[in-house]
Ligand binder design. Structure first.
Ligand code: XMP
Length: 313
């Protein structure tokens, strides 16, 4: 791929698609929407509004970190706290696929309202090729795929969607990010799933359960990131495990289980497990059980993809 030619073409395409209208870029801070933010800034200048939807499923301090990292390179970001809408929508739901669908519907509904309020006629999105492939194959519902599954966003939500990265896989997007001078912390960011931490909670998504997995993810990232894996994560199980209570405690007590996963991959289509040194794993276990309230068991998942997927749901 000729990267400079790609950038030139996409800037032109965005200009043509949006014209003199206002466009909204739903920035998540991941490499895909970050690359779109820069392409759009080049194409449209101040006519693109970067909106960060704080859905309540973000990692520790993510909204603030992303806002300030873009503002450093002259791109304004507006953070909108819409977390209650997502927790309300997901209330009582336990099925993974159902939760993904509810997340997607809520995301588009909320975003649609915001796009309408802003007067924009166009939404820019960082959808990439594997998102489309997995949704079409029925493997899982990605939150950012609509037209590919027969939903017309213009009819359904009142705006058209422009997806400049639709033909690329992850590593190609990173290369484009590098060529666009995106700060390393952004183009080399670890993949993170669209539905955010709601996808790392098995069973019902509540504020309390998301907070548990947020803290566990943070510890995993702090301890494992120096190894520079493709991806590392923590997942909260629905089942609980028996706790070794102190002598005076009455009856059986249960606590939460966290799974830790760390993998190596090029494009997320297949993955191998990272051989994380034992002392790091032991430190993770110690920190999670001591620092995250209510977690009493931590397991390290060593399953490759296939047969497993990288995430749990
Ligand atoms: P799986 O679990 O399918 O994940 O092996 C493959 C890669 O995709 C990420 N992932 C997502 N990314 N929206 C995204 O933008 C999503 O809904 C989504 N689900 C999974 C996952 O973290 C991994 O890197």
């Amino acid at each position: 791929m000729d990267i400079n030619k790609f950038i030139e073409e996409k800037v032109k395409e965005i200009k043509q698609a949006v014209g003199d209208e206002i466009a909204v870029n739903a920035l998540s801070g991941g490499v895909d929407s970050s690359v779109v933010a820069i392409l759009a800034h080049k194409a449209l200048g101040d006519n693109v509004k970067n909106i960060f939807l704080d859905d309540g499923m973000m990692r520790q301090n993510e909204p603030q970190t992303i806002k300030s990292s873009f503002e450093k390179i002259g791109i304004k970001v507006e953070v909108k706290d819409v977390s209650n809408r997502f927790f309300q929508a997901l209330k009582g739901q336990e099925d993974g696929e159902e939760k993904r669908k509810l997340f997607r519907d809520t995301f588009y509904k909320v975003l649609g309202e915001i796009v309408k309020e802003s007067g924009a006629k166009c939404l820019l999105q960082g959808t990439i090729k594997p998102d489309v492939e997995e949704t079409q194959a029925g493997i899982k519902t990605q939150h950012n795929i609509l037209s590919q599954i027969g939903i017309d966003p213009e009819k359904e939500y009142g705006y058209k969607v422009v997806e400049p990265l639709i033909d690329l896989v992850k590593w190609e997007v990173r290369e484009v990010g590098k060529a666009l001078d995106l700060p390393e912390t952004r183009f080399n960011t670890m993949p993170f799933l669209g539905p955010g931490l709601s996808g790392r909670v098995i069973g019902e998504v509540t504020k309390e359960r998301v907070e548990i997995v947020r803290q566990a993810n943070n510890i995993v990232e702090e301890e494992i990131m120096p190894l520079k894996p493709f991806q590392c994560l923590a997942v909260l199980f629905k089942d609980k495990a028996t706790m070794k209570s102190d002598e005076n405690a009455k009856g059986r007590n249960y606590g939460n289980i966290i799974a830790v996963r760390c993998i190596e991959s090029k494009d997320a289509r297949t993955a191998e497990v990272t051989e994380v040194p034992y002392d790091i794993l032991k430190k993770i276990v110690k920190r999670i059980t001591e620092e995250v309230p209510g977690v009493i068991k931590v397991v390290y998942d060593i399953t490759p993809k296939p047969p497993s997927t990288i995430e749990y749901i």
